[in-house]
Design a protein around this ligand. Structure first.
Ligand code: UDP
Length: 244
């Protein structure tokens, strides 16, 4: 158990949430003019932008795959996005997050339609408060759809964890730092396929099952918000085209 109390007497967390509650979410589609697809995603105090470019010709040419498009993903934390200014540029953590985020999204992208091409996904973390990799995957998934990339479904992601002996949804910074377990999960909600599952900490099998159920329920809620944001954007642009 942690020294710091993360669950209050009334059963609520330090920010007033119940164990199974998500932080407030805001999604905006198509925020960047020069990207083929983009999305701004807020999850509590996390602020994240995803930009998608492509399908476009892949350079260098010797890296092209004649059977499919290459999906590339770069996660980057702005130096000012964290409490203590970080050195700009990639580090071990961002290389790892870029890899697992790409693997979380690749199963839904129909890359075979675009041989020799590249689909580039950039995620920029502007402000962070734990859960940035999941916020980045959510943003990237919406940005891919906004770019018109053919997909088998949207990917939704959220972290679950254990704090003060309780399984809770969507860890904020204090819970991530002082809690007993942190488990980011991404899934294709339509097919119920988990595409990312990491875990830092220890839990019993029962607790793991509970945590996974909670993550799946959280992903479903996020999926609905992603879907709604995309529908809103495209009904708006259709209305504009029609001169309404
Ligand atoms: N963090 C930080 N400096 C760093 C890396 C992370 O302050 O160099 C903070 C940041 O707020 C991040 C949190 O620690 O959101 C948790 O980081 P973690 O590696 O668990 O990834 P995340 O939960 O953001 O996916």
């Amino acid at each position: 158990m942690s020294e710091i109390k993360l669950i209050r007497e009334d059963g609520r967390r330090l920010d007033g949430r119940l164990p199974e509650e998500l932080r407030p979410i805001k999604i905006e589609v198509g925020v960047l003019k020069r990207a083929d697809g983009s999305c701004y995603f807020e999850l509590g105090r996390n602020k994240v932008v995803a930009a998608v470019y492509g399908p476009r010709e892949l350079h260098p040419r010797h890296a092209q795959d004649a059977r499919r498009a290459a999906v590339r993903f770069r996660y980057n934390m702005a130096p000012f996005s964290v409490e203590e200014r970080r050195r700009p540029g990639p580090d071990r953590r961002s290389v790892e997050i870029s890899k697992v985020s790409r693997e979380a999204l690749e199963p839904v992208i129909i890359a075979e339609y675009y041989p020799r091409a590249a689909i580039d996904i950039f995620v920029e973390i502007l402000e962070s408060d734990a859960g940035t990799r999941t916020a980045g995957i959510n943003a990237a998934s919406v940005a891919l759809a906004d770019a018109g990339i053919p997909m088998k479904g949207l990917v939704s992601a959220v972290a679950v964890g254990k704090v003060d002996g309780q399984i809770v949804l969507d860890l904020m910074s204090e819970e991530d730092q002082y809690g007993e377990m942190d488990m980011p999960v991404a899934m294709v909600t339509r097919t119920n396929t988990i595409t990312l599952l990491q875990m830092d900490g220890r839990v019993t099998m029962e607790e793991f099952d509970r945590a996974l159920d909670l993550a799946i329920a959280g992903c479903r809620r996020i999926y609905e918000l992603q879907r709604k944001a995309l529908i809103e954007k495209y009904s708006e642009s259709r209305a504009e085209e029609g001169g309404v």
